[in-house]
Design a protein around this ligand. Structure first.
Ligand code: XMP
Length: 507
């Protein structure tokens, strides 16, 4: 495997994804906890950082545990740190070093630069630049403005690149990373979805033995793939619980339950709609709604798992981005903007051991693993859906009637996207019921009814998002259909805000 030492760059996870695209396993570790090396580690990559190496508080890990023992590649801050900590000099740069640049010199005989074209486009993003190199170093790539774009320490496998090979705008960045990982580090490219499934299933068998495991299914990709993996390992000893919180999409509970049964999972559907509705009664505050839903979920789940005799494990669909210890630029904890309620976080007294078969995977890898186990595309391609469901898309308090109205609107929107082949182009879509009534006219009559908003966004991870430029004809047709078919709604608006500064959900 490859170890990535994280200095807090926004691109660190991208480095990891690029390594894994080469079918090589890698792990991200925070710079202040550099892992010991054992024989599974074949190389180390130092990430970029929001810090400047000139900043007194910037990270200064001791790299002697890796230097000359393993191939090492410093990227951006990593490259500057390798320079400044070895007698070189890093200063604020006088020319702009952001965005596109082209290599003006490439040493194609260099191990990292094999197959990299002359003039290759690279992506820069730094305010500092290396002014003076340490001794015993040699430049292997330059741009017009940045002479020291790539350099190496002679007689050792230590390399440094000031631009970002991991971003897609660095055209030959993938080649350079491959040269390092496969060429220099000699990693075998054998970490594939199939090998992951095989190893994980073996590991789960060994870990769990004949114990019973309980898992909460949500209908989403992660919990489903986790369940199928566990099912492969322990069969009927996996007990799945799927709770109907009354806040799901129209027909979702029944149709998802059927799909689960089809997959051979041992799943119990629990209708707890009324419990959720009573806990939510009159509650208008978004955070309190989330908390109430989280609490009822735990109560219901707890009650159901107590019915399973002798259960020892709780399985969760946690994925890698939730696990990575993040490095925050300020050193303080990052601020909670919304308290996401997800399946999990069960009370201590349940005393179950936790098993998380997907904790090493990114979302797209979860999908690939699901695909390799034969899950259908419809299931794997589903849009993300928040744990508190429609509750955070009904602004203000929740009633069963409001849920019904929103379900109808959402259904028309989502089915429309599917019929127009737009569903897969959208990362997430849904409808929001606004606490607003407005005047309309239907036939000869004046109406005074609800307004709904439609939201469709493009994103890769939900952290940032842009609104989708859906075709006007599609929006026109959808709006018409909603107003004609859904009693109680006489106005449809389309949300054209990006995140940031807005968020994807309205609450
Ligand atoms: P925001 O609204 O924060 O949403 O831009 C980002 C992503 O997170 C989802 N989301 C939630 N998921 N529990 C969840 O499980 C929540 O409370 C929650 N709030 C937002 C949202 O649907 C989007 O995919």
């Amino acid at each position: 495997k490859i170890v990535i030492l994280d200095f807090g760059s926004q691109y660190t996870q991208l480095i990891a994804r690029r390594v894994r695209e080469l079918n090589v396993y890698c792990e991200i570790h925070p710079h202040n906890k550099p892992p010991e090396i054992d024989k599974t580690v074949k190389g180390v990559i130092l990430s970029g950082s929001p810090f400047s190496v000139r900043d007194e508080k910037s990270p200064k890990p001791d790299l002697s545990i890796y230097r000359k023992k393993l191939p090492l590649l410093g990227v951006c801050f990593g490259a500057q740190y390798l320079a400044s900590s070895n007698g070189g000099e890093v200063l604020p740069s006088s020319t702009r070093e952001y965005g596109r640049a082209n290599l003006s010199f490439v040493d194609n005989t260099h191990p990292l630069m094999k197959g990299v074209s002359d003039n290759s486009q690279v992506w820069m993003s730094h305010g500092d630049t290396i002014k003076k190199l340490p001794e015993n170093t040699k430049i292997f790539a330059s741009t017009a403005d940045v002479e020291i774009a790539g350099y190496e320490f002679e007689n050792e496998d230590t390399y440094a690149i000031q631009f970002h090979p991991e971003v897609y705008h660095s055209k030959d960045g993938g080649t350079m990373l491959k040269n390092f990982i496969v060429g220099v580090c000699k990693c075998a490219q054998d970490w594939t979805p199939n090998s992951f499934v095989e190893e994980t299933v073996e590991g789960l068998k060994e870990k769990i033995g004949n114990d019973k495991v309980v898992l909460g299914l949500s209908g989403g990709v992660d919990s489903t793939v986790a369940a199928v993996l566990l099912h492969k390992a322990i069969g009927k000893n996996l007990y799945c619980i799927f709770v109907d919180n009354g806040l799901l999409r129209k027909n979702e509970f029944e149709s998802v339950l059927k799909q689960y049964e089809h997959l051979g999972l041992n799943v119990k559907g629990v209708d707890a709609k009324n419990k959720f509705y009573s806990a939510l009664e009159g509650e208008k505050d978004p955070e309190k709604k989330r908390k109430a839903i989280g609490k009822v979920f735990i109560d219901v789940f707890d009650e159901e798992s107590h019915l399973i005799e002798d259960v020892k494990w709780l399985a969760q669909g946690t994925i890698y981005p939730d696990v990575i210890e993040s490095v925050s630029a300020t050193g303080g904890p990052s601020q909670t903007i919304k308290s996401h309620h997800n399946v999990g976080g069960l009370p201590d007294y349940m005393k179950l051991q936790i098993v998380e078969p997907l904790r090493l995977l990114f979302k797209d890898e979860v999908r690939r693993v699901g695909r390799s186990m034969g899950l259908n595309e419809e299931l794997l391609g589903r849009h993300p859906f928040p744990g508190p469901g429609l509750a955070i898309r009904i602004l203000g308090d929740i009633t069963a009637e409001k849920v019904r109205i929103l379900q109808e609107v959402d259904y028309i929107f989502i089915e429309g996207l599917k019929k127009s082949n737009l569903y897969d182009e959208v990362w997430q879509a849904g409808a929001i019921l606004l606490p607003v009534q407005s005047v309309g006219v239907m036939g000869d009559e004046r109406t005074y009814e609800q307004a709904v908003a439609l939201r469709a966004v493009e994103s890769t991870d939900g952290m940032t998002a842009d609104w989708c430029h859906l075709p006007y004809e599609f929006l026109a047709k959808t709006s018409n259909e909603i107003i004609n078919k859904v009693k109680g709604v006489n106005r449809v608006v389309y949300d054209i805000s990006s995140k940031p500064p807005a968020t994807i959900e309205w609450e």
